[in-house]
Design a protein around this ligand. Structure first.
Ligand SMILES: [Zn+2]
Length: 410
């Protein structure tokens, strides 16, 4: 998937990356996610990257940012590796337990610093050094960009990210701008101004499952809840304070989702639509999901989600590395899904992919290393899940052409 995405943006080029190292790099990234972590695994990394791609492909984000090619490369690679090596335990757990990570990173964005560090260790490895052709200055610049991107995925930074982006939206409205403008024109602050939008976009993509169709979002919510609850069980066994949302005995999923969508998702994606009106479908889905969760709160319970029922399910054994697509394509080795990208209209990410997949089942398929790996896993019986290869490509290749026009790093 990583290679196809980079290619869709015109980034799979000898001028930009060391092409022969991309496959080993992507395999290494995938392998560094823990298969035993229920939510923060490689599927989440792929899902966030896919959401981010949708934002870029269906908006004029790169024009607003006056992006350079390597800005885009940086944020896409950041998304792929933004939760690398996630152990399924939150920052508060690390801080409360005085873990190795908390000590190493002085309690500040412990996990996010760890993910960024792991990603750059991979990039520094001679076998997987996809940035090997960059000059020292370019490398320093993209590294700064990417560290910022990954640190932006710490929920503790939500308020800061939103304040900056809301203030920019307010300035635009006060000046009666018909289109969102990001840059003030001051060259000295340009990098930080661009970074503020990149940080906001990756943060939004990290929360994006709440803006997908309800049945898809529900599965992510279920996995995340169980990951939290396993942490709560661990905290209880270690006599640590049980972290917020982590007590399976008192947690109410619909109620919690209503609070989260109202408090975080709606404000976040409201801004996204303010900036990029073509992404309105994300808000539409979020509002629909909110109504569905509210109905479930009214019912007082959700079938199958009582604490007693949850305890019976061994999620680690089931290893639900689901995707919306795989739910209809399990045991099908031809999982390439072509997702045509439109500049406007209701491009509804995975739901659209499902529809298009049916239409394009007999189209030419590309096999990549991830599929081969999955085939092997399936043969070994270690992982019954077949991961989809999501192909995102513009029919007109407009994006690719535009991106090639972008100025490169000097
Ligand atoms: Zn994440």
């Amino acid at each position: 998937m990583g290679k196809v995405i980079l290619d869709s943006f015109g980034l799979y080029s000898d001028e930009i990356i060391v092409k022969e190292k991309l496959d080993p790099f992507l395999v290494s990234i995938s392998n560094q996610y823990f298969k035993t972590t229920l939510y923060h695994n490689s599927m989440h990394g792929a899902d966030v990257t896919q959401s981010l791609c949708l934002y870029f492909l269906n908006s004029n984000a790169e024009e607003i940012c006056q992006s350079l090619v390597l800005d885009l490369l940086g944020i896409l690679i950041s998304a792929l590796g933004h939760d690398l090596g996630h152990p399924g335990l939150t920052n508060p757990f690390h801080i409360n337990s005085s873990s190795e990570l908390a000590i190493t990173y002085n309690d500040v964005s412990c996990l996010e610093n760890f993910h960024a560090s792991k990603l750059f260790r991979t990039i520094r490895n001679p076998d997987t050094d996809i940035f090997g052709k960059l000059s020292v200055q370019d490398y320093k610049t993209i590294r700064k960009r990417m560290i910022g991107n990954i640190l932006a995925t710490d929920m503790a930074n939500h308020g800061k990210i939103m304040t900056v982006i809301k203030s920019r939206i307010s300035i635009n409205k006060a000046e009666n701008k018909t289109k969102f403008e990001l840059l003030s024109g001051n060259e000295k602050t340009k990098f930080e101004e661009q970074q503020s939008l990149f940080d906001y976009l990756i943060h939004a993509a990290d929360l994006a499952h709440n803006t997908k169709l309800f049945n898809i979002s529900l599965k992510w919510v279920e996995l995340l809840s169980e990951e939290f609850w396993l942490q709560g069980d661990k905290e209880k066994s270690m006599n640590l304070p049980v972290s917020f949302l982590c007590d399976r005995d008192s947690y109410n999923i619909p109620q919690s989702q209503v609070g989260f969508i109202k408090g975080f998702i709606i404000p976040t994606f409201d801004c996204l639509v303010d900036i990029f009106p073509t992404l309105k479908f994300t808000m539409d889905n979020a509002k629909t999901n909110l109504k569905k969760w509210e109905k479930l709160v009214c019912k007082g319970r959700l079938k199958g989600w009582t604490p007693e029922k949850t305890k019976q399910v061994n999620y680690k054994k089931k290893m639900i590395l689901f995707s919306a697509i795989s739910s209809i394509s399990e045991n099908n080795n031809n999982n390439n899904i072509r997702v045509p990208i439109r500049k406007s209209g209701n491009v509804n990410s995975l739901s659209h992919a499902l529809q298009v997949k049916k239409e394009n089942e007999n189209e030419n398929n590309k096999e990549n290393s991830q599929n081969e790996k999955n085939d092997k896993r399936n043969k070994d019986g270690k992982n019954k899940m077949v991961r989809p290869n999501i192909i995102m490509k513009s029919k007109n290749h407009d994006k690719k052409i535009n991106l090639h026009r972008l100025q490169k790093f000097k």
